[in-house]
Write a protein that binds this ligand. Structure first.
Ligand code: TGC
Ligand code: FAD
Length: 402
């Protein structure tokens, strides 16, 4: 026990008590999953319990990635399945949920490498680009990043100032990208840039002369994630660097849909993690009359609310997965789900933090880290405002961005 915290149980220290539903799967959704899906859940859950949760808070405190994290994720074989197109959307979602039960920043590594880089190359890359990058990206021997956001253009990427100019030999790129996940570790970057005023994507090895990166330090949130700035100063790339399918900003947005889908599942995992840790803590913490804190109606009411929200988040995620599997998923449906599930997850994290009292702010427990990491998830991949505007446009037919 750390000297600064008062006596309380650690996560998973307790067993269910008689009459207790010791689960966050209130609608028995787990019974719907196939054997393969259950195996994937178990694999990632074990990984998170054994390799991530024991040390992630120390990593968070000193602002570093978990040791060998890229190689360890690569060894799970999940990204290889994404690279060769054999991972179905529901299994991918369940995997995101399990990763984010451990850490949003961890799930983000998977989302960026999987949905934003591998997915973007699969959907928009040339045969040569696929041949060169998909295998090493799938095994995590190569790390990729997705450079859309710029210092002055976050929610409105269509204003980007990064430019590509045609030369005799290919293109020359100039500009800067900001807040790029895995930005300083990446071997290859997808750079979105305007060519003759139209947004295109270029696949740029990060050792290309003129390409530079710098870590963004001092974050309150996502301290266990590499977030970088990218600088492009007269970066010369060959003709073959242009991604032939990425003909407009719409292709960037289509790529984002897939990552946003993973977030919808992921934050349900973060909420589960908060709920489980908090319930375990309160079942074992005694105040007044030698009874656990969970005996109080005020506290049970909060757990009942959280159980209902987690259930609705997972039902939304599952329905989204079914629509995706059917090829019927529309962008505004993803926006509804991203907006709703991120907001609910952060409210649940905050509620759990409060319910854990003083220990809720200490890094001996996971709740504080989960809460601050969810602040990032609420913002990236389209802020809550942007998703409500996308939904507003779908409802009214009127775009209200500007
Ligand atoms: P707008 O004129 O509405 O759209 C431009 C073109 O894109 C099409 N489009 C989409 N296509 C597929 N899926 C979507 N979700 C789409 N959204 C738009 C649209 O149909 C149009 O196509 P076309 O053929 O007519 O040209 O564009 P706009 O400039 O008005 O912007 C709309 C807005 C604000 C919704 C969009 O810019 C937006 O979504 N902004 C949010 C930016 C964002 O999400 N950035 C994310 C950066 S990556 C990141 O955060 C990674 S975090 C790490 C991790 O994931 O873990
Ligand atoms: P702004 O666009 O400046 O918005 C600020 C506030 O204004 C927000 O509340 C927003 O909702 C609101 N706002 C903006 N426009 C409107 C409007 N029209 N109406 C109402 N409200 C509005 N980007 C990448 O390209 N690749 C990455 O890998 C990546 N990883 C990230 C990792 C982290 C840790 C973080 C924090 C961000 C990452 N991002 C990445 C960037 C992320 O996508 C942007 O931060 C996000 O799109 C919001 O942009 P912004 O921060 O510039 O906020």
């Amino acid at each position: 026990m750390n000297a600064t915290t008062h006596s309380a149980p650690k996560q998973n220290a307790s067993k269910p008590i008689k009459g207790q539903t010791y689960t966050t799967d209130f609608f028995d959704l787990d019974e719907d999953w196939t054997e393969e899906q259950r195996a994937a859940i178990d694999q990632v859950r074990r990984f998170v319990d054994n390799e991530i949760l024991p040390t992630i808070n120390e990593d968070h405190n000193v602002e570093k990635l978990p040791d060998d994290i890229m190689a360890k994720i690569g060894q799970l074989g999940i990204l290889e399945m994404l690279a060769d197109g054999t991972l179905d959307p529901i299994t991918y979602g369940l995997i995101c949920r399990e990763f984010e039960r451990g850490s949003s920043a961890l799930r983000s590594i998977v989302s960026v490498q999987g949905s934003l880089v591998i997915g973007c190359i699969r959907d928009n890359g040339s045969d040569e680009q696929k041949e060169r990058w998909l295998k090493p990206l799938g095994s995590m021997e190569a790390v990729g990043c997705f450079g859309l956001t710029e210092p002055d253009f976050g929610s409105n990427p269509s204003g980007m100032v990064t430019r590509a100019e045609k030369t005799d030999k290919g293109y020359v790129l100039n500009g800067a990208k900001c807040w790029i996940t895995s930005g300083t570790l990446a071997h290859v970057a997808i750079i979105w840039a305007k060519l003759d005023g139209v947004v295109k994507a270029f696949l740029v090895p990060t050792d290309t002369p003129g390409f530079d990166s710098a870590a963004i330090k001092g974050k309150w949130s996502f301290r266990t994630s590499d977030t970088g700035q990218l600088f492009l100063a007269d970066v010369e790339v060959p003709e073959s660097a242009l991604m032939p399918g990425a003909k407009s900003l719409g292709r960037a947005m289509a790529t984002l849909n897939n990552a946003r889908y993973g977030i919808v599942w992921g934050v349900a995992g973060a909420a589960r993690g908060c709920f489980e840790e908090c319930l375990d803590y309160l079942q074992n913490r005694v105040q007044f009359d030698n009874r656990p804190l969970t005996c109080h109606q005020l506290i049970q009411n909060k757990f009942a609310w959280m159980a209902a929200e987690i259930t609705s988040m997972e039902l939304i995620a599952k329905r989204l997965g079914e629509l995706k599997l059917d090829g019927r998923l529309k962008p505004h449906q993803v926006s509804l789900a991203k907006m709703n599930n991120c907001r609910k997850a952060i409210e649940i994290a905050r509620t759990c933090r409060e319910l854990m009292g003083a220990n809720g702010i200490h890094s001996e427990y996971h709740i504080g880290r989960r809460l601050v990491d969810l602040e990032t998830v609420l913002t990236y991949e389209g802020t809550e405002h942007i998703h409500s505007l996308i939904l507003g446009q779908a409802i009214t037919g009127i775009p209200a961005y500007s």
